[in-house]
Each structure stands twice: as C-alpha cells, then as structure tokens.
Design a protein around this ligand. Structure first.
Ligand code: SF4
Length: 381
C-alpha cells in the first residue's frame, strides 16, 4: 500500500519541524491527556534557549507551540516574536477556549499561520455542557474553526482514534471535508502511556524501557497498517506520503493523505478527490531544499497552486486519470477549491525487546532537560 507513497526524506539536521512546549497546566480537562507533568509556566529565557537549541540541530521551516494550553502563557507574544525573528513559520495547538476574535487578530499579526484546535467529546470545558453530545461538540468545533479562519489563520483539528472505534475516523474526516475552514486534520492512534514502567535514553543512542503488562488498559494494538486498510476500504484512498520508524524502513509511523476538496458556490455537497504523489513532489522537496536550504513543512493554502498541482501532478507520475476526472467534474461550476492534509500518527511504543520504536527522526520532538526527545514520550523520560 505504500508502494507509490512519498517517503519523507528528513534525516537528522534536515528535519524541518519540532515542537516547543511552553507551559503545563490547562483550562480544560481531557480524557487520556498525555500531559502528566505538574502545572508550570516556562520562563521566557528558557523557551528562547530551547528554540535556539532546536535551530542549532534542525533546519526548521516551521515549529509548533504546544502546552498545556499555550494561550495561558503570559509571554506568548514575545515567544512568537522570537520565532518570527528566526524566520521560522509558527503553528499553535490550542483547546480554543481563549480564541476570541480580538486574540485571533493579535495572533494573525504575530504571524501565526495555523492553529490546531483540540475539541473532543469527553472534555470538561466551560463552553460545553457536561456530557455534551457529539453534535454539541461538533458545533463548537465548527464555530471556533470558522472564527480562526475568518482571522486569516489556517485551521487544523486533532482527534484520537481507537482500534475498536475506527468509525470515528469517518466522522473526523467527513467533518474536515464538509467544513471549508478546516485544512489540516491530525489523527493520533491511541497509546496508553500509563503502562510505561521505565524509559531511558536519547535519540542518538536509542531508548530502552519496559511495560507494566499487569496494568489494566483500554489499549488495543493499533497501527497505521490498520488505518491504511480502513481508508482504502472506506474511501478507496491511497497514502500520499509516509514517515518510517527509527527501526523499520517500511513501518509507517506517519501516513498522510492529500485531498482536493471543491465547494460549489450553489451550496451543493463538497466534491473531493485523493491525490497520489509522483515525481513532482519529490522534485519540489529537492528544489525547496536546494534553494532555501530546508525542507518545506507547513504548506499555505493557495487556490491557484492547488489547480496547478492537480494539472501537473498527473503528468509527472501522479494520478493523471483521476485528477482529470476531478477537474472535469468541477470545471463548469463556480466555487472554491482547498487542499486538505490528513495525517495519521502512530505514537512511540516499546517493542518486545524493550527498544522504543518511534517516528524516524521525530519531526514533533521537544526539548526535555536539554535533550531533544519525542514529545509523545517526553513526560515518561
Ligand atoms: S515519535 Fe511521537 S512525538 Fe515524535 S512524531 Fe512520532 S508521534 Fe509525534
């Protein structure tokens, strides 16, 4: 299934992305929150030092500010200015509670390009009733997504997926297709980190750990092979790109899909098409790296470029027939075209020999005690 997917080429210092964790503590309570550290605010200088360390080790195209809830950090604006001064694009992860129109206007001025909004069923938050229904949660997600989009910032949504409830993938995906404002979707496969007994090491030498097999858990073994099979059965989609694990070249820890979605002006149903990667995308990565000295990570929406991609991708090893059929379907209609990027992430796991298996070179690494480590196991180290 990965045969025609683009293998992401990042290695060591070429990795174009990282996370910067600026605060612990949150104004929302989530089920299965990975954030187990006690609440604290990182001083501005410490955050700047972490950004400097990442810049020294990676050729960053963009970075994401995470927490806890980053909007609670009293020096968030200074942190964003510092990232801007390094010529790095910035994304933000937020539960959306403090994303008022005024704050979004400020964040847009501070060049925040993308906000991932995390609003899920089971959260305890003051803008939702306790035991809110799926529809109430969705309504809130749409409301905040539209507000972010109206401020000129792109919107992503984040979900956790469980092997015994894969239908939630359909819900998340179809919601991101239906809502014009949403251009990124991250689905994380559930991992129960409370079962981790010990974990030691670093990304250079590798990590070793152990699991408490006696501990009761909701975790059912779940991998991106399950996801790819499901996506193919449900939608006929094939992966656009993937990232291997640190241990196996064809163990896909990241699997991404690229969808072109057209919204007819007359309010009809969105028309969508899954794009297959070809030589064009490989050439684009190579050209970007050669000219700008770094691989691209965050991709801004641009309707003209999306049309050009659909036309050229087919000519250079992509899905010529499929792209043409899609373009023909939307040709005579007025409307808007967006690209929707969907990413499935399989978080790190401890293999039977005690070695940690994680996304190769971890593009979502954070700094922990002066070392660069995968964010998903940062609290276990
Ligand atoms: S190893 Fe963990 S933190 Fe790193 S990219 Fe994979 S899921 Fe994200």
């Amino acid at each position: 299934m990965l045969k025609n997917a683009l293998k992401l080429p990042w290695r060591q210092e070429n990795v174009p992305h990282c996370l910067i964790d600026i605060i612990r503590g949150c104004n929302v309570v989530c089920e299965n929150c990975y954030n187990t550290d006690s609440a604290h605010v990182k001083p501005l200088q410490e955050v700047k030092d972490e950004i400097d360390l990442m810049v020294k080790h990676r050729k960053l195209h963009s970075l994401a500010i995470i927490g806890g809830e980053p909007l609670l950090h009293p020096k968030l604006d200074e942190i964003l200015e510092y990232v801007n001064s390094k010529n790095i694009l910035v994304e933000l992860f937020s539960n959306g509670l403090l994303l008022t129109e005024k704050r979004l206007e400020e964040l847009a001025k501070l060049k925040v390009k993308l906000i991932f909004v995390h609003i899920e069923k089971g959260q305890i938050r003051k803008d939702l009733p306790i035991n809110a229904t799926e529809d109430e949660v969705k309504e809130l997600r749409y409301k905040i997504a539209k507000r972010v989009h109206n401020a000129g910032i792109e919107v992503g949504t984040i979900f956790t997926s469980y092997k015994d409830d894969m239908h939630s993938i359909n819900i998340a995906l179809e919601e991101a297709i239906a809502e014009r404002s949403m251009t990124y979707l991250i689905v994380t496969l559930f991992r129960d980190y409370t079962r981790f007994n010990t974990l030691k090491g670093d990304m250079e030498k590798g990590f070793q750990g152990s699991i408490d097999f006696k501990k009761k858990t909701d975790e059912v073994p779940y991998s991106n092979f399950d996801v790819m099979k499901y996506m193919h059965e449900q939608y006929g989609f094939k992966p656009f790109a993937f990232l291997s694990s640190n241990r196996e070249a064809y163990d896909p820890r990241w699997v991404s899909y690229l969808l072109a979605v057209f919204y007819p002006k007359d309010g009809g149903e969105p028309i969508y098409h899954s794009i297959k990667s070809g030589y064009l995308e490989k050439f684009y990565l190579f050209a970007h790296y050669t000219i700008k000295g770094k691989y691209p990570f965050f991709q801004e929406q641009d309707e003209k470029k999306a049309y050009a991609l659909l036309k050229l991708n087919g000519l250079f090893g992509g899905d010529l027939k499929g792209n043409r059929a899609f373009l023909k379907r939307i040709k005579k209609q007025e409307g808007e075209l967006k690209l929707l990027r969907v990413l499935f992430q399989a978080p790190a796991k401890i293999d039977s020999d005690g070695t940690l298996s994680y996304c190769d070179t971890c593009p979502d690494a954070v700094v922990k005690n002066g070392k660069i480590v995968p964010a998903c196991v940062g609290d276990q180290l």
